[in-house]
Design a protein around this ligand. Structure first.
Ligand code: ADP
Ligand code: MG
Length: 277
């Protein structure tokens, strides 16, 4: 007995009648179900028609059908990973206006967009004042990671601490840290907006330490490293954490005005002469 006992078998033997169109259709539908390839089930007939009309070889037809299936599977996986990442909103690199960041090195951004740093468990730290696009870039690079097949999870620094604190309270901190390792990229947004007490700083340190050389972290902060001691109420913990974070990392400093106020000002400047007339 196998799982495929009711498999309809096509008989290509000598003297056997060719299968009817209906028999072929039901066999293909069955086989696509067994293979879990719904796109093949949905597209084979229409593509066969195209193949006949365009004179495709059998090989071309097969390659096209399989390619459709693989593309759909990849798109579905990407959509699931983007949904599972809990981004506050979806932002892309294409939407990021580089003209507003003249000092941002294009080659570094292009390198980060390739996601080759993720399998190496390297980190990325984005520093800069509020409104310069740190969260935007963090999400956009997270989307790239999801598209490249890496599971990603996004939260703010405060969110991460809350998550770890509740795991710790339930005696499951180790388990939670282990579970988080299945995410190839963790994004920690907004380090420094709120200061952490001793326990929170300790939990945060454990998160960074547990990822060290195991999985990537992308962190953003409005505070330069020199002031992280204030965030974690402890210079030694902060120094130990920065050490692990930046050992294999790309640190990118974004400069300039807030994108929000800048666009508002540009609008105002554009409008003012018109109003003055
Ligand atoms: P930060 O996290 O540094 O405080 P955000 O990433 O939240 O800043 O950016 C604030 C807003 O401005 C967001 O809506 C973001 O999409 C937009 N923004 C910032 N920088 C740029 C940019 N260079 N190009 C396009 N949009 C930008
Ligand atoms: Mg932000």
């Amino acid at each position: 007995m196998t799982a495929y006992d009711d498999l309809p078998v096509l008989d290509h033997g000598p003297g056997s009648a060719p299968p009817t169109g209906a028999q072929l259709a039901s066999t293909i539908a069955y086989l696509a179900r067994v293979l879990k390839t719904p796109t093949i089930a949905r597209t084979w007939a229409e593509l066969a028609e195209t193949a006949r009309q365009s004179g495709w070889s059998h090989e071309e037809y097969l390659a096209t059908v399989l390619q459709r299936q693989v593309a759909d599977r990849e798109a579905h996986g990407t959509a699931l990973r983007i949904g599972g990442a809990h981004f506050p909103q979806v932002k892309t690199l294409e939407e990021f206006n580089l003209d507003h960041q003249p000092s941002l090195r294009r080659d570094i951004l292009a390198h980060l967009a390739t996601t080759t740093w993720i399998p190496k468990a390297d980190n990325v730290v984005l520093l800069g004042p509020p409104g310069v696009g740190k969260t935007h870039l963090a999400i956009a690079l997270g989307v790239k990671a999801a598209q490249a097949g890496y599971p990603v999870l996004f939260d703010t620094a405060t969110g991460w601490v809350a998550r770890l604190a509740s795991a710790h309270a339930a005696g499951r901190l180790e388990l939670e840290l282990k579970r988080l390792r299945k995410y190839k990229l963790l994004i920690i947004d907004e380090i420094g907006y709120l200061a952490f007490d001793h326990d929170a700083a300790n939990l945060f340190f454990q998160l960074v330490a547990s990822r060290y050389e195991q999985g990537s972290i992308l962190a953003t902060s409005n505070m330069p490293f020199g002031r992280w001691g204030e965030i974690f109420s402890n210079d030694i913990v902060a120094a130990a954490m920065i050490d692990r974070l930046v050992h294999h990392a790309e640190v990118v400093t974004l400069a300039g005005d807030s994108y929000r106020t800048r666009s508002r000002r540009e609008l105002l400047e554009r409008d003012t002469p018109a109003k003055a007339k």
